[in-house]
Design a protein around this ligand. Structure first.
Ligand SMILES: O=C(O)CCC(=O)C(=O)O
Ligand SMILES: [Fe+2]
Length: 258
């Protein structure tokens, strides 16, 4: 068992950069001055009328934001996580936003910020995030336990009948598979590098934001995972080769513009 690296609260930019480049998950606590606190009641007003998406295992369900907030306050959401794209209601910290290539393409931009809500005792089974993108998850409230498995073990977890990674009954893992563990609390961000399997237990009602990422140095790893999924016949519909080609063409032409 490995403990996921926790960065010190006021770490330097170079420590943060080293963690982001390490290819391993990490946790960092964000300060109030970097991410001002938010109240769910205010968020409910800002998103009034919106339909949001939740996950019951691998099944997606739709709920109205008003119902979701009320159910969350009563700690009885009917899904393991509400994970729904929201724009403009959360300022992603610079270290996650500035270099994220997914914000530079219309087909992936909406994935960069999602509202996250879970009730206590929720459990999200092993999975890899869509397309093998990296991810970040920030909590204003609550507490979650995370377990990770390195991408090299992906095929051992793949189940053709399920069309994705299978969870392990009784939480047993093959002896050769190393587990990485951490607990995230209020104001923590968990960073999930591309292709890492993860499962999550929610211990306290949780409210925060998360999203998908692909940093320039992660593109090869994302594409590798996506090609692996294509071979297994479970890749999602978007053409990632094309998306990253478009992004790099735009980025290069901006850099060379007079
Ligand atoms: O918090 C959860 O239950 C799941 C979170 C997750 O899988 C993610 O943020 O990628
Ligand atoms: Fe995930």
């Amino acid at each position: 068992m490995r403990q996921v690296h926790r960065l010190p609260a006021h770490c330097s930019a170079s420590e943060l950069s080293a963690a982001l480049h390490s290819g391993e998950p990490f946790v960092i606590s964000l300060q109030q001055e970097d991410v001002p606190d938010q109240e769910l009641a205010a968020l409910k007003q800002r998103l009034a009328g919106k339909t949001v998406h939740g996950w019951q295992g691998d099944k997606s369900i739709e709920l109205s934001i008003d119902d979701v907030v009320d159910l969350w306050l009563e700690d009885r959401l009917p899904c393991n996580i509400v994970d729904s794209y929201v724009k403009g209601v959360f300022s992603v910290p610079d270290f996650l936003a500035e270099t994220n290539l997914l914000s530079k393409h219309p087909d992936t931009e909406e994935r960069t910020v999602s509202l996250y809500l879970s009730s206590s005792n929720a459990y999200t089974p092993f999975h890899v995030d869509a397309y093998g993108f990296a991810g970040w998850a920030f909590l204003f409230r609550g507490s979650k336990r995370w377990e990770f498995v390195h991408p090299q073990h992906y095929t051992e977890f793949h189940d053709a009948a399920l069309g994705g990674p299978r969870d392990t009954p009784g939480n047993e893992l093959p002896a050769e598979v190393e587990l990485w563990r951490t607990t995230a609390g209020e104001r923590d961000v968990v960073y999930i590098p591309p292709g890492w399997l993860h499962r999550v237990w929610t211990d306290q009602p949780s409210f925060g934001f998360g999203g998908a990422c692909a940093m320039p140095w992660e593109v090869e790893q994302v594409l590798q995972h996506w090609r692996q999924e294509k071979e297994l016949g479970i890749a999602l519909e978007k053409d990632l080769d094309e998306i990253f080609r478009t992004i790099s063409a735009v980025t290069i032409s901006k850099r060379t513009a007079p």
